[in-house]
Design a protein around this ligand. Sequence first.
Ligand SMILES: O=P(O)(O)OC[C@H]1O[C@](O)(COP(=O)(O)O)[C@@H](O)[C@@H]1O
Length: 271
Amino acid sequence: MSYANIGKTVRLNRILRDGKAVVFAFDHGFEHGPWDFTSETIDPRGLLKKIVDAGVDAVMLTPGLAYVTRDSWLGRTSLIVKVTGKTNLRPEDQKMLQSLIGTVEEAVSLGADAVAATVYWGSQYEDVMLSRWVSIKEEAERYGYPCLQLAYPRGPSIKNMYDVEVVKYGVRAAIEVGADLIKTYYTGSWDTFREVVKASSGIPVLMSGGAPRKSFMDFLRDVEDVMKAGAQGVVVGRNVFMHENPALAIRAVMKIVHEGLTAEEAFKTMQ
Ligand SMILES: O=P(O)(O)OC[C@H]1O[C@](O)(COP(=O)(O)O)[C@@H](O)[C@@H]1O
């Protein structure tokens, strides 16, 4: 008898504690390289401790970084293990491919509550990433682990990866292959993101933070917009860890997501 579906519900509820979640993404050391960090943030332990102390709902880490920073998150927040990745050192054409960098079994042994994997919808390697997704999903189901898909439209025929049409398609494709949570790009307005949410047929959609905005207030406004559009939260990295006070920044994001504050009200709490 498999009780895995109970386990999946337990784990999803730990991440979406009130149906919403603020997840801190910190796989950038792999995806972008150490140059995303300052002399301050290059030490992942100290930064993660500040973020966890601020009460974030989950952290998304590669298996190795989850191990190295275990004292910062263990028993204090949910862990999502990202099991795919690519470095920025690869040849240009290989950057449209996410490789396997971990396993569901490693996520289980780390005590994670979910696994995350990227599919670049539209990539010349879509087929490869899809096969990997199916295997990850199959193993995760056996362990009762929810799968977060980073559903990123990205490939030779994708003119604008933030365009609502391709973002919507990526979300619909993600649910068709069984994503339990979806992380995707902000489409620039709440009404276009509303269309993206509708395309998910009720599977929770979380906004991917994306490149740092001109101002932190701009980012908070985007968070407010996606929540108004029906998103169930955000998965954010750079807009928080590149802020001068990451703990204050993530707290402001949580006030919008969990308490329904406006961007302006949340920004005021940072003063
Ligand atoms: O869009 P890019 O440059 O590939 O960045 C990918 C990064 O964005 C994320 O998906 C979310 O982080 P950000 O909030 O910094 O965009 C990370 O998990 C990942 O490392």
